[in-house]
Design a protein around this ligand. Structure first.
Ligand code: RBF
Length: 175
């Protein structure tokens, strides 16, 4: 299949719809931070970033978050955090892969992406959680390892799944 603009735009549409549906599968991982929920939807923006451009990945992340906000969550803070996390992971992964398009740089990208998103989201949660849950900063600090662990786990799972399916999916779009 050629990467024409028709292919690109229709694929972005299908991937956004699929990602929105996948987000409904969300579930908490750690009881201490049950407001952090895992869902596999971020894999689709990531795939699009690999197949097309990083901007296409960002567009799918945005569409699925806006749709999920409207259809289910209604929580602007939660959906914004999900969006920022998705982007903080996707951009390093894709840009590192673009330096050399091989398996080594792909895996290096996953590792750096997981480290960056975990660091960014820990810092962001330290600012947001005290206001969102109206708890003192010292209480929030106790959640730090869980928040770091959640993000590391969520994006490691996504990395492994993406690493397994991306080569097959990318092949469909080669001409
Ligand atoms: N999602 C993440 O992937 N990483 C986070 O660090 C993260 N922090 C959040 C903090 C708060 C206070 C809230 C409300 C949500 C956060 N989310 C985060 C999003 C959450 O896991 C879920 O996707 C959304 O709340 C949509 O249900």
């Amino acid at each position: 299949m050629k990467k024409s603009s028709v292919t690109r735009i229709s694929t972005i549409g299908i991937m956004s719809a699929l990602a929105t549906g996948l987000m409904f599968l969300e579930f908490p991982i750690f009881p201490a931070v049950s407001f952090l929920k895992y869902d596999p939807s971020d894999i689709l923006p990531l795939l699009a970033g690999f197949i097309f451009t990083p901007l296409d990945g960002v567009i799918i992340q945005l569409i699925k978050d806006v749709l999920f906000y409207l259809l289910k969550s209604g929580d602007i803070v939660g959906i914004t955090m999900d969006f920022i996390a998705g982007i903080a992971y996707l951009l390093p992964v894709i840009y590192i892969y673009r330096i050399r398009k091989n398996r080594v740089f792909e895996i290096l990208g996953y590792i750096v992406g997981v480290l960056i998103v975990s660091g960014v989201m820990v810092l962001l949660n330290m600012l947001v959680v005290p206001v969102y849950w109206k708890i003192p900063f010292e209480e929030t600090l106790k959640l730090l390892p869980w928040i770091a662990g959640f993000n590391a786990l969520k994006f490691s799972i996504n990395s492994v799944v993406n690493g397994l399916i991306r080569p097959r999916i990318s092949k469909i779009f080669e001409n």
